[in-house]
Design a protein around this ligand. Structure first.
Ligand SMILES: C[S@@+](CC[C@H](N)C(=O)[O-])C[C@H]1O[C@@H](n2cnc3c(N)ncnc32)[C@H](O)[C@@H]1O
Length: 256
């Protein structure tokens, strides 16, 4: 596939678009996109997760084919494209605003392809050496089936690098945490400026909480996600609680 190719508009396989449309009403990822990157760069926990992923990539044999599922504005794709220049990275992101930002940000890389389908529509079979899925599974419909989709993309022995929001998004707690870090970094006025520019974040985080409370988005304990992953055909190599205890990080291998 040529670099920066798009595979938009392919026909879905066994895919009920109405389910995704219902769900997309809960969180407006496009409205989130610009503010997402703004606040991420000021969120030490988000940056720590990215460093942890880069350390993981440096420690494994270079993957040839990598998927970044629900890759958003492309921050994990960027790490993969930069540290594995000889690899092919497929960024899968159905939201136009998110993937639009990713394309603009990553235009200099020739080893990325962009796919605007939801994971439910991706027909790849057992070819990937690494699948990245960070803070996206909880927002997908029918998580057990989506975990099987992630498994289906991988060759036996391939890696799944999964981070997922499992606990209720406490908007006030995150606001306090981010504001206090920003104040240390930029002073009171600087912190207020960033908060104003990133005000969309609080709005979308409230929408995430509402979707979690209504059961539209998946919430889980550490044990529940471990059990779901094992049932989907993975061996868990490492699991830890991350993102101030809100999320789970699981490094897994696809079982034969
Ligand atoms: C919070 S963002 C995470 C972005 C990125 N992984 C990161 O950590 O910066 C979650 C993304 O999941 C995407 N998403 C939601 N449902 C999806 C699905 N069914 N298939 C693929 N991506 C999906 C959304 O469009 C959104 O951009």
């Amino acid at each position: 596939m040529p670099s920066h190719a798009s595979v938009e508009g392919r026909s879905p396989m066994n895919f009920d678009r109405s389910k995704v449309d219902d769900r997309s009403a809960s969180v407006d990822w496009s409205a989130y996109a610009v503010a997402y990157d703004l606040l991420s760069t000021h969120n030490p926990e988000y940056l720590a997760l990215m460093h942890e992923f880069e350390d993981f990539l440096a420690a494994i044999k270079t993957p040839r084919l990598i998927y970044d599922i629900g890759g958003g504005t492309g921050n994990y794709t960027e790490i993969a494209a930069r540290t594995c220049p000889g690899s092919e990275i497929r960024l899968v992101e159905p939201d136009a605003g998110m993937i639009g930002l990713a394309r603009a940000k990553l235009a200099a890389y020739g080893n990325i392809t962009y796919d605007t389908r939801a994971i439910e529509e991706i027909d790849g079979q057992g070819a990937a050496d690494l699948v990245i899925c960070v803070h996206a599974l909880y927002a997908m419909p029918e998580h057990e089936l989506r975990l099987r989709d992630l498994r289906r993309l991988l060759r036996p022995g391939g890696w799944l690098y999964l981070v997922d929001l499992g606990r209720y998004m406490n908007v006030a707690d995150w606001r306090r945490y981010l504001f206090s870090n920003l104040k240390k970094e930029r002073g009171l006025l600087g912190a207020l400026q960033v908060f104003w520019q990133g005000r969309e974040i609080a709005k979308q985080n409230k929408a995430i909480l509402k979707a979690q409370q209504e059961g539209v988005y998946w919430t889980h304990t550490e044990a529940e996600i471990a059990s779901a992953i094992t049932s989907a055909g993975f061996e868990i190599i490492r699991q830890n609680s991350v993102y101030r205890g809100y999320s789970d990080l699981l490094v897994c291998k696809a079982t034969p």
